[in-house]
Ligand binder design. Sequence first.
Ligand SMILES: NC(=O)c1ccc[n+]([C@@H]2O[C@H](COP(=O)([O-])OP(=O)(O)OC[C@H]3O[C@@H](n4cnc5c(N)ncnc54)[C@H](O)[C@@H]3O)[C@@H](O)[C@H]2O)c1
Length: 257
Amino acid sequence: MATGRTHRPATRSRGIPEATVARLPLYLRALTALSERSVPTVSSEELAAAAGVNSAKLRKDFSYLGSYGTRGVGYDVEYLVYQISRELGLTQDWPVVIVGIGNLGAALANYGGFASRGFRVAALIDADPAMAGKPVAGIPVQHTDELEKIISDNGVSIGVIATPAGAAQQVCERLVAAGVTSILNFAPTVLSVPDGVDVRKVDLSIELQILAFHEQRKAGEETEGEAAVPPAAPTGAAAAADGRKGPDGDVPAVMPA
Ligand SMILES: NC(=O)c1ccc[n+]([C@@H]2O[C@H](COP(=O)([O-])OP(=O)(O)OC[C@H]3O[C@@H](n4cnc5c(N)ncnc54)[C@H](O)[C@@H]3O)[C@@H](O)[C@H]2O)c1
């Protein structure tokens, strides 16, 4: 579905044994850890140990990639990350549309981290006619009337929904009908989608509620053993629902069902 470019020469990937392909993610994980620590080069022995692989096997595997390292120096970590990512198809460019360019949509559009991970913001879409044509993160916002054409023209398979909750399902249906098969949903609503469509939901308030739950537990442990145990009080959803406060004077966190 995505019209991404790939840099992978077909002849080379055909020549790589399956067992080597199966080890590439192990090397990549170890190399990514080195890269994050800004380690420039690594010997085959060090990398083999980090990946849990025999070093002779590693050298043979890398020879299929055309990567032989430099005697006395080892392998260039960044280049090897690139080479393996390319073989695994991870350097493919995924065009993404963001629908709903308010506070959140604009922040996402401005986030530079997508591009370095292979996700290109192909278009920004909003229902507000006043926003049409205005640039956000250098990309002109387009009206929702154009949604189907934008998806088709850009070969988009991934859509991000950052509209109010009430609009999300309808936006989702239009995205799916236009050919989108993966949705990242920020709106606080459960989307229903047909088989074959993947939805990932991001909800920071749920994450905060989980942290609040643990904070409450920690606070409880600290006060445990101190003189009096407070009288039984409602906790969780029941307390929040009737507005009563928990034992420590805080409104207890409501855990999602
Ligand atoms: N998941 C999270 O952690 C998280 C965090 C913050 C906000 N949110 C949610 O993200 C959404 C956006 O929040 P915000 O603060 O950016 O809101 P906002 O009001 O600033 O922006 C919403 C935008 O959506 C547009 N819009 C409305 N209906 C539309 C439609 N049918 N098609 C296209 N665009 C449409 C509006 O014109 C507006 O520009 C809300 O649902 C909010 O609850 C989620």
